[in-house]
Design a protein around this ligand. Structure first.
Ligand SMILES: [Zn+2]
Length: 256
């Protein structure tokens, strides 16, 4: 929730958003939970009830005078029961005015698939989830890091290289090394993402990343998280690398 509120401020802030925007009334209203065009819904007891969604729909039947869109957040959205989820679905399909909605869950599998399919997914992974420590020797780390630096430059800046050429950096690495390679890469993209959301103040060592589109970075983060999950199973590492280089390239081309 804390992260999301920063994202919302980042989108709607009346000034140039910074972490501690003290200048604009909008960020202030969000901080004190009093922005009329922002509605946060959480379970009433065990469930989010149909009435809560109807009330939201009713509240947002007119355009906002405060922000360009009305904004709602559904906390623990997996707790919508069948009735409320169906009401929500209608609202998603036919909103009355300009509305932007955020659904938060730690149990994505329990969210109705019809709702999931109408949302853009953003995985937020907290630092201690995936890569607590890289847990390798310094020499190994440096070796992987130099491969990674070269790869990152190729994929982000010098995009003319053939994608399969990019793969040659990685072939020959063991499965364990590739895993660490992905983990370091993930931390770099996530660092950039956090910087955009105002959550990271350390300077980026890869300043060329600041030119990438935010959607682009989110997609790469999601891809790498998915590959990291898969590499733990018995997958063919060569196929996984093919997928990696092709999809990374695909993401680059998508939003050009
Ligand atoms: Zn502000």
């Amino acid at each position: 929730m804390e992260v999301l509120l920063k994202v919302i401020k980042n989108i709607f802030c009346n000034e140039e958003y910074s972490e501690e925007c003290k200048k604009c009334s909008l960020c202030h209203l969000i901080d004190i939970n009093s922005l009329p065009s922002l509605k946060i819904i959480e379970p009433d007891g065990n469930f989010i009830k149909k009435d809560q969604i109807l009330e939201l729909k009713n509240l947002f039947s007119k355009d906002s005078q405060y922000t360009k869109e009305n904004i709602y957040v559904i906390k623990n959205c997996e707790k919508m029961n069948k009735e409320s989820a169906n009401t929500m679905l209608k609202f998603l399909e036919e909103p009355d005015g300009n509305v932007i909605g955020f659904f938060i869950t730690n149990h994505q599998d329990n969210v109705m698939s019809t709702i999931q399919s109408r949302c853009q997914h953003i995985d937020i992974v907290f630092d201690n989830d995936l890569y607590e420590d890289f847990n390798i020797e310094e020499e190994k780390y440096n070796e992987l890091k130099s491969i990674l630096d070269e790869y990152l430059y190729k994929i982000e800046v010098d995009r003319k290289e053939l994608i399969l050429y990019n793969k040659t950096y990685l072939t020959g690495l063991s499965k364990e090394d590739i895993k660490i390679f992905f983990q370091i890469l993930l931390s770099i993209y996530k660092g950039e993402l956090n910087r955009r959301y105002g959550l990271e103040t350390r300077e980026n060592m890869y300043d060329f990343l600041s030119k990438s589109k935010i959607n682009n970075i989110i997609k790469k983060v999601n891809l790498i998280i998915e590959l990291l999950k898969e590499i733990n199973y018995n997958v063919n590492v060569d196929l996984l690398l093919d997928r990696f280089v092709i999809e990374m390239d695909g993401i680059n081309n998508e939003t050009l």
